[in-house]
Design a protein around this ligand. Structure first.
Ligand SMILES: Cc1ncc(COP(=O)(O)O)c(C=O)c1O
Length: 1021
């Protein structure tokens, strides 16, 4: 402690009776100290500048007392009385000047500014705290609240208008003038609102947030009431909003979350909500003008300009649709989206059945045709729909009339224009906001009700509306609403012009042909909107599934205008929560689900998957769809074979030998005999039987943490399962050896002899089996241990092990389920990397690309040893269908160059991961080959970063990337995508991983007490 701190520590002892260590905190004019008292509590001591107005401090103290009494649950600090009971004390400083001093409880948490990520959930909670605070302050009064000429009182913000000359950049000055004009336009409305005490400075340094990594973050403090004043409560919300939006990737979503939270705690009126956007921008304008003026006074202080940057970035970024903001914010509050919205809904409901029929005929019995993600396979490739495919959309619904759903998520909107970010897996607009009426081209359209033409255009761009008309209508009370008719014959542009009246029932347009419909069958896209603010004539026909509260409110279900019940045309995707509940009811608890918030996946294409709302995910985890999800050649082969017949290996079929021929062509010559089964597990079970039959022995050697399947014997050789708490334990005939992990194991990468040293560990295992009388039937290992943590054993390890095993009479089994078939890029099988020559190779997962298929390949000698006269038969193993699919997978890997793709993309990923490793301390190791990669996450002390890994995996899912985790302590990210992955997907993985790892920061898990070294705060003893 320095002299000043010593001085105030002594004062603290004298006045508050506390012994403490003091350290200085930031403070422009006042002295602020962090107080760490010997009683174990932390406080903040505030020593106000000499001559400070005591009323302003009294205001803060009284406000805190008021809040504590009204709403004790709110996260505000308590004021600690001195020994004499006083809260605000006058103490002479070291220069003998009287200073006002007060002591506050120190609240936990870090400031919001330094919290990453700032989730919408956290912002919503902030909104709630803010709303509850303003409710608590409603009845608080104090003379200090009236602050004339206070530059931070938003109602007085007009002062900046006279200072705009200080802003040199003419574009910026013009922007500020526009913001001031918008502020002036709402000034009267603002002046009419009731005023109350508000905090008035909920900036990101005055908000404290608690919660580490995966814990849900909470607002643990609102501090610094020094700017309190009386103002309308929307000013509070606008000020907090002005900070929450800065540098937020989707600022409108952040603001919506804040307002939703506030409204939940403190109901806003629609007119207040409408003020938020102009007030928020005005607050930022005040900030930049204020700091520009300060910069003029302190030209050498670079901080002043730096601190303006985020505000300018926000104000100058045109990507937020400000005109749509009122609707957005009203919608998230559940308030009517326009002042007339409720009357319009009532009018439409009342007149349902009385509107003119759009096609001149009753649509009640016209069938619905679903094009939803779940029901439709249009388009096959959700990233591109060729015109010939578009022409067949809905062909299954026939040539007659049919209707397309409102609220239906569709993958048809395949082109990048519907994406909201740079990646294929970025958010995209999928949910249809209109009803489609499919009818022959040329069918006349009759106006459901009278109106006038608002817009008439020919939007000729591919996938746009073609001929489009928007009509303006009014209810008898004068509330305006609008209807849009898309995909019309563009001749309408010659006949109508804006302003023209259209009578109810008048034929005002005709359906266009496929050319007006992005190539699909002729139909009219019929959409209703309660406002055109922020859209004008450019209405989105489909919406982001995560913004439906806004779009349902702006563009409600138009069923009433078609004289149809709402339910008929309203699409409801399968309810994920219901499926989850039923799954819990119908299945065992150890059928585990990935992610804290599980995903439901209903469609796939290559290395992307889609949920029931059409949200895309990049699949960086699943190795089963080896050649990609929904591969057209696999579909075709399966359908073709199922059309013919599907039988078993008791009958001859060329497919059996064709598959075997192809597979054997990829393997060393000594492997000559195939057994077709249904799974990797079954193949490993069989491998054990073969090894025992051939060796006449029982014992098996296998590396620790391995996995070979889920049946009794497969579990017995899978330490990953039998050694888990609650596992069946190690069988007497199994001996484990340490995994050849040269990152974490006992022999590290700097040891040139590590391969041999790891192999030598097998000697003891062999000896133990022989001692126990089991002998050595064989050795089984995942060639590159996968569940053990994506480990690449040092070259030469397996041949050295095999030599020892063979010398002991055992058979060497390579489980290539994870590593085989080209995934490694440079090698078709993992054992090739090792220079090893296995006696049995086991294949599974990828070889069926999702169809259940496993294969065991072995030598003629071993097959003969097994052939003891008892039939080997696996009913479905080697079925005609399986053989054709298996062969097709192998052919596709060759035809599409997927092994080479694995090599090139794997190298790209590895380069990026290495750069990330160098950047982030929590990345301990990156390793792998081709598209079999692992990223080992560690704590600051080098121990396994299990919690970090869980966090990263879940956050990658938030970024729409599916990734796995493995390893004995589940701290290794497993990247193992289908082999079709492309460069832009690799770049997305690297981008997302980098941003998620930045959120981890210096996280360290709380130490766990092992009872031998107790530590501070360990509650265990
Ligand atoms: C290396 C390895 N072997 C065998 C199996 C078992 O395969 P299946 O689940 O198809 O029975 C797996 C499954 O994850 C595996 O990773």
């Amino acid at each position: 402690m320095n002299d000043v701190s010593e001085f105030w520590a002594a004062a603290l002892r004298r006045v508050w009776g506390l012994d403490a260590r003091l350290s200085r905190l930031d403070g422009e004019y006042d002295l602020n100290f962090l107080v760490q008292a010997t009683n174990g509590q932390d406080y903040v001591l505030k020593v106000m500048r000499a001559g400070c107005d005591s009323q302003l401090v009294d205001l803060q103290i009284k406000a805190l007392e008021h809040i504590a009494a009204e709403a004790p649950g709110l996260p505000f600090p308590k004021v600690i009385p001195g020994l004499d009971g006083g809260l605000l004390l006058q103490i002479d400083d070291d220069a003998g000047r009287p200073r006002l001093a007060w002591l506050l409880e120190r609240l936990p948490g870090r400031c919001y500014a330094k919290t990453v990520p700032k989730s919408e959930d956290l912002i919503l909670k902030l909104g709630r705290v803010l709303g509850a605070t303003d409710r608590a302050l409603e009845r608080f009064s104090h003379p200090g609240l009236e602050r004339p000429e206070f530059k931070w009182d938003l109602t007085q913000a007009g002062w900046i208008a006279d200072k705009l000359d200080a802003v040199a950049d003419p574009d910026r000055a013009a922007l500020l003038r526009e913001i001031c004009a918008q502020f002036d336009a709402v000034a009267d409305m603002l002046a009419e609102l009731p005023r109350q005490a508000i905090h008035n400075d909920v900036n990101d340094y005055n908000i404290l947030v608690e919660g580490e990594l995966s814990e849900r973050r909470q607002v643990s403090g609102l501090i610094d009431l020094g700017d309190m004043c009386a103002a309308p409560r929307v000013c509070e919300l606008a000020i907090a909003g002005a900070y929450v939006v800065l540098d937020y990737p989707r600022p409108e979503r952040a603001l919506a979350a804040l307002v939703r939270g506030y409204h939940a705690a403190n109901r806003l009126r629609p007119q207040e909500v409408d003020l938020l956007w102009p007030l928020l921008r005005m607050r930022l304008a005040v900030s930049v003008v204020n700091s520009t003026l300060m910069a003029t006074e302190n030209p050498d202080d670079p901080y002043v300009t730096i601190s303006q940057a985020p505000a300018w970035r926000f104000l100058e970024d045109g990507s937020v649709n400000g005109e749509l903001m009122s609707a957005r914010l009203r919608a998230v509050c559940g308030l009517p989206v326009t002042d007339g919205a409720e009357r319009i809904h009532a009018y439409l409901a009342e007149h349902r059945g009385q509107f003119a029929q759009l096609l001149g005929q009753d649509l009640s019995d016209v069938p619905m045709g679903s094009l939803s993600v779940e029901n439709s396979t249009w388009p096959q490739n959700p990233f591109h729909m060729p015109l010939d495919e578009a022409a067949r959309v809905g062909a299954e619904f026939g040539d007659g009339l049919w209707l397309g759903y409102y609220n239906e998520p569709r993958l048809i909107y395949a082109e990048p224009a519907f994406r909201k970010g740079p990646w294929k897996a970025s958010d995209r607009r999928t949910v249809h906001l209109a009803v489609d009426v499919f009818a022959p081209a040329g069918t006349p359209l009759l106006a459901p009700l009278s109106g006038r033409v608002e817009a008439v255009e020919n939007r000729a761009n591919h996938l746009d509306y073609g001929g489009v008309v928007i009509l303006h209508h009014e209810t008898p009370e004068g509330d305006a609403f609008y209807t849009l008719y898309g995909h019309l014959d563009p001749e309408v542009c010659d006949r109508l012009k804006p302003g023209d009246p259209v009578a109810q029932g008048a034929a005002f347009a005709r359906l266009g042909d496929a050319g007006q419909n992005g190539g699909w069958a002729p139909h009219v896209h019929f959409q209703l909107a309660l406002t055109t603010d922020g859209m004008q004539a450019d209405w989105p026909g489909v919406a982001d599934p995560d913004e439906l509260d806004l779009w349902h409110a702006v563009c409600p279900n138009p069923a009433a205008l078609l004289n149809l019940p709402d339910e008929k045309v309203f699409y409801r995707p399968t309810d994920k929560a219901e499926i989850l509940n039923k799954r819990r009811a119908h299945f065992g608890g150890n059928l585990s689900l990935t992610y804290d918030d599980p995903v439901m996946l209903v469609r796939g294409w290559k290395h992307h998957l889609f949920d029931e709302w059409g949200r895309p995910y990049l699949d960086a985890y699943n190795n089963v769809p080896h050649v990609g999800h929904a591969h057209p050649r696999i579909q075709a082969v399966a359908a073709d074979q199922l059309k013919r017949m599907n039988s078993n290996t008791r009958y001859l079929h060329p497919a059996q030998v064709e598959f075997a021929d192809k597979l054997l062509s990829k393997l060393p010559e000594h492997l000559q005999v195939c057994f077709f089964v249904n799974s990797g597990t079954e193949a490993n079970e069989l491998a054990l039987r073969l090894a025992r039959a051939h060796s006449g022995a029982k014992g098996m050697v296998t590396p620790d943490h391995g996995y070979h399947g889920n049946t009794n014997a497969a579990v017995a050789i899978s330490a990953y399962k039998f050694n888990k708490p609650g596992g069946v334990g190690q069988a007497d005939w199994v001996e484990l050896v340490e995994v050849a992990d040269d990152y974490r194991g006992r022999f590290k990468r700097d040891d040139p002899d590590r391969a041999q040293k790891y192999a030598d560990l097998v000697d003891d295992a062999i000896a133990a089996l022989q001692r126990k009388g089991h002998g050595v039937a064989g050795f089984i290992a995942e060639t590159f241990p996968s569940v053990g943590g994506q480990i690449i054993p040092p070259k030469g390890y397996l041949p050295a092990v095999y030599e020892k095993i063979r010398a002991a009479g055992g058979v060497c089994i390579a489980d290539e389920v994870q590593t085989g078939l080209g995934r490694l890029g440079e090698y078709y099988f993992g054992f090739e990397h090792q220079g090893a020559s296995p006696d049995i190779v086991v294949l599974g997962k990828p070889i069926g690309n999702g169809h259940p298929l496993g294969v065991l390949v072995t030598t003629r000698d071993i097959a003969d040893s097994f052939d003891n006269g008892i039939e080997f038969f696996s009913t479905f193993g080697g079925s005609t269908l399986s053989c054709r699919i298996g062969k097709e997978v192998l052919d596709i890997v060759d035809d599409e160059g997927l092994q080479e793709n694995a090599r090139v993309m794997g190298a790209r990923l590895m380069d990026g991961l290495r750069a990330i490793e160098a950047e982030f301390a929590c990345v301990g190791d990156v390793r792998g080959m081709g598209l079999f990669l692992g990223v080992e996450l560690i704590n600051p002390d080098g121990s396994e970063g299990t919690e970090i890994c869980r966090y990263v995996k879940n956050r990658m899912r938030d970024h729409r990337i599916l990734i796995g985790s493995e390893g004995p302590k589940d701290n290794i990210l497993k990247i193992r995508p289908p082999l079709t992955i492309e460069a832009e997907d690799v770049d997305m993985i690297l981008w997302a991983l980098r941003s998620v790892l930045a959120e981890v920061g210096d996280y360290a898990p709380a130490p766990v007490c092992d009872h031998s070294h107790h530590h501070d705060g360990c509650g265990c003893c």
